[in-house]
Design a protein around this ligand. Sequence first.
Ligand SMILES: [Zn+2]
Ligand SMILES: [Zn+2]
Length: 312
Amino acid sequence: MNSSNTQGLPVSTDQPMANPLLYARAISRALAVVGDRSSLLLTYWVFLGRFRFTELVKCTGLSKSLVSNRLKRLIGQGVIERRDVGGANEFHLTEMGKDLYDVALAIIYWDKRWHFTEGCVTHHLKHAGCGKEFSPVPSCASCLQAFDARACDWHYGPGEPDSSLASDMPSRRSRIAASALNVEHPIMDRTLEILGDRWTALTIAAAFYRVRSFGGFQQALGIASNILSDRLSRLTELGIFTRNGAGRAEYRLTEEGLSLFPVIVTLMRWGDRWFCEAPALVLSHRACQNPLVSTMLCDQCGSSLGFGDFYY
Ligand SMILES: [Zn+2]
Ligand SMILES: [Zn+2]
């Protein structure tokens, strides 16, 4: 597919993109790595400092063989590396893995805003810089103002779209047993609902490209109608979408759904940085007219949150 005729054209706020999935290459590639429940769960625990195999088995509640299989996969994908620490094997994030930090902060921003839970560890992280309990604020790196979905425009970038993205996606939406989730980490339960299934995450991403009808999603994502139907009703049930009208229903992001925008933006940026030569899709921040590069700021001291800049 040739995208040259659409390069650089801003996308109208009223019109859906011709084919969001084709242009959402970076998101699809990012989801190919983290859009798997077990991989996401393991990455989360390594983030929180559990480096040993036995600890990871215990924390995740996954079987040893599954932990071993997913660690191997994450090592192969470049997210995690094995280190020998005093004769013992440890699993640590690589530079590429650490770069997922902004995605994690974007998830915390959304989850804390809508599902604040007193006992949730990640809702009480403290910023090493100022020593205060903080919430991350997704901000524009150029003007340092907070951004949201309504403050940005999409443009087609120079990167080539790739039409062979969805071919290996599993259709079944797996459910994780409640018993496998630590009560102090309900954030993972909610994150897994959204990012732990690639079709669900891509359906949300398409909604940000202003796709609204059943047929629109089907065409944009190349998704089978039974899979789409399942994901749309689940997202409506979760309060991420609202469904308006009978017959030709429209699915729109709710306020809660809209605040997932930084998650999609940071995932896209991560995918662009690690898997794509040039972005196929570029965002601009309307307030300052600059290309949107997201940065996460501490709401207490205003400084930028770097990897590992927290304690709990
Ligand atoms: Zn800006
Ligand atoms: Zn701070």
